[in-house]
Design a protein around this ligand. Sequence first.
Ligand code: HEC
Ligand code: HEC
Length: 324
Amino acid sequence: MNTFWSVWITVITLGTLCGIGALLYWVSKDKMGVEEGEDMGHEYDGIREINNPLPKWWSYMFWGTLVFALVYLALFPGLGNFKGLLGWQSSNQTVTNLEESRQAIADAQAAKQLNQYARELETADGEFGEIFRDLVYREGTDEYRDLVELSQDDQAMKTAQRLFLQNCSQCHGSTGRGQLSYPNLADKDWLYGGEPMSIKQTIMHGRIGNMPANISGLDEQGVDEIVSYVLSLSGRKVNSRDAEAGRQKFAACAACHGTDAKGNPAFGAPNLTDNTWLYGGNRAQVEETILYGRQGVMPAWSPILGEDKVHLLSAYVWKISNND
Ligand code: HEC
Ligand code: HEC
């Protein structure tokens, strides 16, 4: 809040309180020239107005609310930018970035200030954790079952499907087929690799794709050419002179997408030759990708679900992509 609004709010608030105080004082003192209980000299249809002051308990309560308001405004924030004498905050506003937020959460957990959600998770884990452990560990050991083997266990996959519907379907769709900006997990086209352990790595720790915005600083013509080249890679009909000019400019892209443009799972750079599009394959969409860049974020699930459930989900994702 800038100084003007801070002063504005303070003046209006205190002004109103002073006004109310003055009014109360005035009605308690002024007799309007007539003693208490006397006739004010007004009569309407036989009803006479008598000078009756506010009942004492009523005006004391009024004064009480005024005092309360002043004490409250002194102790708590409310008057413009004034932070209040107690320094109270509605939330932990000293947290200004993700690092501080993680630290604050870790501190709260270490100090056993578990919030309700965390307590519920703990209870749920106590009740159901065993079931997940039975599913994902090799019997009688603390070793995880092989993901491919686990993917053939129907009972386990039923549980995994529920987990998927609860946690993943809002982005990847209930059948895992994805949608614009969210990859299809049920095909064999992978950004980060489709081996069981790559899938698990993705789900455990999350992924952030980074397609930079117009890295070569191309002008309109240049962007047009490189879009033509990209479209030609998946067999689209384009102006061949443009495509050839675009090919020359692809060196800057090859660092991530590979010289053959078949992508690189180390960066999550997609294969540009397969006519499968994460961000859409029409000219306008490809142009937008190249001009403004894209940063897809896959959240990390190990802190939310724990490794047992992630293991189960990894087997499920492997299963739906190898289902045919
Ligand atoms: C908030 C949306 C969101 C949710 C929820 C989400 N994902 Fe993702 N996921 C993404 C995005 C976006 C990507 C692509 C990241 C990129 O563009 O680099 C992705 C990528 C993936 C990939 C890698 C695909 C590839 O081609 O390599 C896997 C596997 C995956 N998610 C599985 C899951 C599972 C399992 C869950 C549930 C536990 C889940 N996701 C929940 C948004 C989400
Ligand atoms: C720093 C590595 C990097 C460079 C350099 C790079 N890209 Fe990308 N590109 C990516 C990544 C990573 C993605 C996926 C982004 C995501 O998952 O959110 C991507 C996505 C794309 C897509 C979207 C594909 C789809 O399926 O929708 C196109 C098109 C593309 N890049 C073209 C280019 C072109 C053309 C250039 C050169 C001008 C280029 N990229 C340079 C890393 C790069």
